[in-house]
Design a protein around this ligand. Structure first.
Ligand code: BG6
Length: 484
């Protein structure tokens, strides 16, 4: 298989917050990899903009260090790195004042694509958007990229949307959810809508329930300040898990274009039923043998913020009525894994005498790590002794099936930034989608706040609190075991 790199036109990409953590860890190393793949034409530039009072050379050195620390094997390509750094500029800027804006206006060209990445706190989005317009740096062809958290509830998300809308059209605004940039997350759409096999069974006649798990082994140490005000619901469920739920549950868009896909996702979010408080479990991790407890990590001994959440949600539409969607995510769990499990219904009647076991087809889509799919099927146990049935996995690990090409895929940020340059919004959240997600999430959070809900403790390295197991057991079901 030949990897196909779609060429892009010349661009000026301005990164606000360009000395920050996200820029150093993800954006800049990712851009270097795109450079190596030939997606950063010679006439393109990256312009760092931040408060730090350094010059362009100082910024280039910072990038060199960031790539040495966070880059992959490509960082050894010194010659290419020098060429890449030759396309970097820097402006020291005051987001809330006037400093640096004229210098930026001089640097940004009007005859190439202009993209502005707001890798800063959301409280600065409005000021940046306003100044880009008042200094005539942006025009009708410019794009702005904003990061999560996009608001912390419906009210603040609406406010942010309204502020951005004062300066930019919706078709210029790219709201990043990096889960949508992951190769396997996009593969969900390919699997669902590119195969005859699954779609006829993808509904409440054949599906018993669906599980979505995003489990992490890391804690919140280092970002405790942010996380304690957010918790798993705001940090993971309202965005990443919601997007996975949409992709697994949505109707087929009439074509694969930005608004057709986003219209269908929006319908799923709007069809989510209000969550029954009995179908919700919140947890907080205890200290492990060598790791701190959540409360120590968050430096808040009385914190009631959840580092784990599990829930049973329902989608009220013809396709999914009656099918539970079990969602869970948490930190300091037993394994690092993201997966979607579609459990099909029992056969209903077995023709095989003496076969009392429940046989079920189970489709497991492993998003990370070891991307792949497994379909559990029932076959005859080999050998004599009559018709004894066993369940075996039909296993397809993408790395085995696709060979080296499976490794050579751009990471989420690389892909998404290139989509911004190409002007493709399919993998970005539209304003109404984000608001609908908050509209569903807000009453859940308000509910637990009103009940003074205290998260259940769970052991570091476990599968979360016991109550999360009970959520399934009560329904006669069980979570798939957490395995990396
Ligand atoms: C981020 C969350 O959006 O996603 C983090 O803020 C989380 O808390 C991260 O760890 C998970 O992303 P990934 O790509 O490592 O699965």
């Amino acid at each position: 298989m030949v990897s196909r790199v779609i060429p892009v036109d010349d661009f000026d990409l301005v990164i606000f917050g360009s000395t920050g953590d996200l820029a150093r860890r993800k954006i800049l190393p990712g851009l270097f990899r795109r450079f190596l793949s030939g997606q950063m034409p010679e006439g393109s530039r990256i312009i760092g903009a931040a408060r730090s009072d350094i010059d362009a050379d100082g910024y280039r050195e910072m990038i060199r260090d960031a790539i040495a620390e966070f880059g992959g094997a490509e960082k050894r390509n010194k010659k290419a790195l020098d060429a890449f750094l030759g396309q970097i500029e820097y402006v020291s800027i005051d987001a809330l004042g006037d400093g640096g804006w004229q210098a930026l206006a001089k640097l940004v060209r009007k005859d190439v694509i202009g993209a502005f990445y707001f890798s800063v706190a959301p409280s600065l989005f409005g000021a940046l958007a306003e100044r880009l317009q008042s200094h005539k740096i942006a025009d009708a062809n410019s794009r702005i990229v904003v990061e999560k958290p996009f608001g912390r509830d419906l009210g603040s998300a609406k406010e942010l949307n309204a502020t951005l809308a004062m300066h930019f059209d919706e078709c210029q605004i790219y709201r990043i959810d990096h889960y949508l940039g992951k190769e396997t997350v996009q593969n969900l759409m390919a699997v669902r809508f590119g195969n005859m096999l699954f779609e006829p069974l993808w509904n409440n006649h054949y599906v018993d329930h669906i599980q979505i798990t995003v489990a992490e082994t890391v804690g919140v140490g280092g970002r405790g300040g942010y996380y304690d005000k957010s918790g798993a619901m705001r940090d993971m469920v309202q965005n990443h898990l919601m997007q996975l739920l949409c992709l697994i549950a949505m109707e087929a868009p009439h074509q694969f274009d930005a608004d057709a896909v986003r219209d269908e996702k929006l319908k799923v979010i709007r069809a989510l039923q209000p969550l029954d408080p009995h179908h919700l479990v919140r947890g907080q991790y205890d200290a492990g043998p060598k790791t701190a407890s959540y409360r120590e990590d968050a430096e808040n001994p009385r914190s009631h913020t959840e580092s784990f959440i599990a829930m049973k949600a329902h989608i009220a539409n013809w396709r999914w009525a009656g099918v539970p969607f079990y969602l869970r995510t948490g930190k300091r769990l037993k394994a690092q894994t993201s997966e979607i499990v579609v459990v099909f219904k029992d056969l209903g009647h077995s023709i095989f005498e003496g076969d009392e076991k429940r046989h079920r087809n189970i489709l497991t889509i492993q998003l990370q790590p070891n991307e792949g799919m497994t379909l559990q099927v029932t076959i005859k146990e080999p050998g004599p002794g009559g018709m004894r049935l066993i369940d075996v996995p039909l296993d397809m690990t993408f790395a085995d099936a696709l060979g080296p090409d499976a490794e050579d895929v751009p990471d989420a940020y690389e892909r998404l930034i290139m989509d911004v340059i190409r002007g493709n919004q399919t993998l970005f959240m539209r304003g109404d989608e984000v608001e609908a997600a908050w509209a569903w999430t807000d009453p859940i959070i308000e509910g637990w706040q009103a009940r003074n809900d205290v998260p259940k403790h769970y052991d570091t390295g476990s599968a979360g609190p016991e109550d999360a197991m009970m959520l399934m057991h009560r329904d006669g079901r069980k979570w798939r075991e957490l395995k990396g």
